[in-house]
Design a protein around this ligand. Structure first.
Ligand SMILES: Nc1ncnc2c1ncn2[C@@H]1O[C@H](COP(=O)(O)OP(=O)(O)OP(=O)(O)O)[C@@H](O)[C@H]1O
Length: 608
């Protein structure tokens, strides 16, 4: 995926590493996609700001006209009431222009904002689902959900609360400043200079707010991961009476979150209060300084009135900034956190197009061959869980992977499916290094049936097709083959029956049968069964065994089984111990050898 955010890896938990401008610039790529609307909304800023800057002048001229002070030339030849009428009409015109343009501009900016937010959400989802399993090993799901929902919402709020209008406010400040200088430079200079200390104070509070907000969002992520953990493991929580204990953990996390949020509220209020106070001081200064000039006869009362209005308008954008401050800061924190996630590099990538290989009958005489060559693999640096693995499984062979718990059986499968990369060595499928194959191509070739067949919320047929286009007939045939058709037909709506998330309305045996059908319909050359028959009762197991035998025909298969009685008929047995291949041969050969397998087998026979 080509995300518009850079691929540079950034460290997490460090607010303010990148400047806000850099973060905003990263949004630029997304904004470009809505270039047309953005240009129109920027052009609309011109009439909006001009009409806003003219209003104080018109009011000032009205006061000068009433008081008989000098006025602009265009009012020169008119009577007082004619001049007042004209000024009133002009004022009304500017009000109407502002009203229409402001509404239109606001609408367009929000539209762009929502488009940008939706694009980022899509990119983030795509990116997260492309990340290697290793990333998910170290990242709690709750944290990811916070990024995909709450952080994106915070970014969306910047647009929906109109906070993005700050750009037009800044433009207005510029127009007002220029207008003031053309009217009376001394008062203008005084007002413009007063902006600097205000900005310094705002920047200080803004930085503090930012740190506090980052912390608050981290705490929210933790809170969500706790929530997710408790909901996913609700059975264990209740069976082990962990409700109180977990509630305490949750409460203390919640308190930390509230404390962090309190800090953000403090800085938010501090900014509003400072701005309110400084705006009043500036108006006081205009009154004092300008008032003296009026008394001295160097300034008309009308111009002073204009400046009082200007003073208000000049601080208005800043005051608005204070109102929108929370949304903008939360938005920047969100961009930072989203950026961290989008910068997470995709560890397992498809090869370049020109270097990519495909499974074609021309290239591969045999189909379903698996070869591990000098494979070393570690989840954590320096702790090898697989060591110097070398073996070949020939096309059509059925091979069992056995060994004590933690020996590395599942890791072999994970490497074969390229969910992880080995640290050393290479894996060949049909003579092709799996790193030279597109992941989709490799995984189409391999059908995996895990212990717990995962069920998605949706109907039965979509749980078999999993988004691919199979006809109803194909689905029915495969269900027959895998002995699940009679069960499906007994369901209230047959193949259209809705299954709940994680298949809570199915038994584990039924889930397993569905997983069989799901793999069978894809007709893979290689089958991988990880304890696939572990969860079944005797009757279902018989059904499965029959379906399995049909499924195994003309396919290469790797079967992980703890119950050695189920794998006696396989062609070969690979025995792993401590990540090493210690024995390799048929059941009879290994029994004769009196080694690890023979001991394990004897123990199981005694047990049963
Ligand atoms: N995601 C992971 N991160 C770190 N270590 C892991 C991870 N998964 C497994 N391990 C470790 O790797 C080793 C091999 O695990 P693996 O799951 O391959 O064993 P296994 O033979 O399949 O075990 P079992 O029969 O109990 O399923 C174990 O010591 C395990 O603790």
């Amino acid at each position: 995926m080509t995300s518009l955010f850079s691929q540079r890896k950034t460290r997490q938990n460090q607010p303010g590493r990148e400047t806000d401008w850099k973060l905003i610039a990263r949004l630029g790529g997304y904004a470009k996609r809505s270039r047309g609307i953005l240009v129109i909304s920027m052009i609309l800023l011109i009439p909006l700001s001009l009409s806003g800057a003219i209003q104080p002048i018109l009011i000032g001229q009205t006061i000068s006209l009433i008081r008989g002070e000098p006025t602009y030339e265009f009012l020169g030849g008119m009577s007082q009431s004619e001049g007042l009428n004209l000024l009133a009409w002009l004022l009304l015109l500017t009000i109407i222009i502002r009203f229409i343009v402001q509404a239109g501009q606001g609408f367009l900016v929000q539209k762009v904002g929502q488009k940008i937010t939706a694009d980022i959400r899509n990119d983030l989802f795509h990116h997260v689902t492309s990340l290697a399993v290793r990333f998910f090993d170290r990242t709690p799901v709750g944290k990811l959900i916070t990024r995909l929902t709450s952080d994106i919402d915070a970014l969306g709020d910047v647009f929906s609360t109109g906070a993005i209008g700050i750009i037009s406010d800044l433009f207005s400040i510029g127009v007002i400043a220029v207008t003031m200088f053309t009217l009376q430079w001394k008062l203008a200079l005084m007002l413009v200079l007063s902006i600097f200390p205000v900005t310094a104070v705002i920047v200080y509070f803004q930085q503090q707010y930012r740190v506090a907000n980052y912390k608050a969002r981290e705490e929210l992520s933790n809170l969500n991961s706790k929530l997710q953990e408790n909901l996913t493991g609700i059975n264990v929580v209740q069976l082990f009476r962990r409700e109180e204990f977990n509630a305490d953990l949750f409460r203390s996390n919640n308190n930390r979150y509230i404390k962090a949020v309190d800090k953000t509220i403090f800085y938010d209020s501090a900014v509003s209060a400072t701005l309110e106070w400084i705006a009043l001081v500036a108006i006081g200064a205009v009154l004092w300084f300008g008032g003296q000039q009026v008394v001295g006869g160097t300034l008309s009362f009308g111009v002073l009135s204009s400046f009082i209005l200007f003073a208000q308008r000049l601080f208005d954008p800043l005051r608005q900034f204070a109102d929108k401050f929370t949304a903008i800061q939360a938005g920047l924190t969100a961009i930072e956190r989203i950026n961290n996630l989008l910068s997470e590099s995709v560890e397992i990538r498809d090869p370049e197009e020109h270097h990519r290989q495909y499974f074609t009958p021309q290239k591969t005489q045999s189909t379903g061959e698996i070869r591990f060559e000098n494979i070393y693999f570690a989840y954590k640096q320096g702790e090898n869980v697989l060591k110097d693995l070398n073996f070949t499984i020939h096309p059509g062979e059925k091979v069992a992977l056995v060994g004590p718990t933690g020996a590395g059986k599942s890791s072999v499968i994970r490497l074969l499916c390229r969910l992880y990369e080995p640290n050393q060595g290479r894996i060949l499928v049909d003579g092709i290094d799996i790193r030279d194959l597109a992941q989709a191509e490799l995984r189409r070739h391999i059908g995996v049936i895990l212990q717990d067949g995962f069920i998605f919320a949706g109907d039965v047929k979509s749980n078999i097709s999993l988004g691919e286009t199979y006809t109803m007939d194909e689905i029915r045939i495969v269900a027959e083959k895998t002995n699940i058709a009679s069960f499906i037909e007994k369901l209230p709506q047959g193949y259209d029956t809705e299954l709940r998330e994680r298949g809570t309305n199915l038994s584990s045996g039924q889930k397993q049968l569905l997983a069989f059908a799901r793999v069978a319909i894809r007709n893979p050359k290689i089958l991988v069964l990880d304890e696939a028959t572990a969860n079944l009762d005797v009757i279902t197991e018989a059904l499965i065994q029959e379906a399995l035998e049909r499924l195994l025909e003309e396919r290469t298969a790797i079967i992980i089984a703890h119950r050695l009685s189920t794998i006696k008929n396989v062609d070969k047995i690979l025995v792993l111990k401590g990540g090493e291949l210690v024995e390799f041969g048929s059941h009879e050969e290994l029994i004769e050898r009196q080694g690890v397998y023979a001991r394990l087998y004897k123990l199981q026979m005694l047990g049963s």
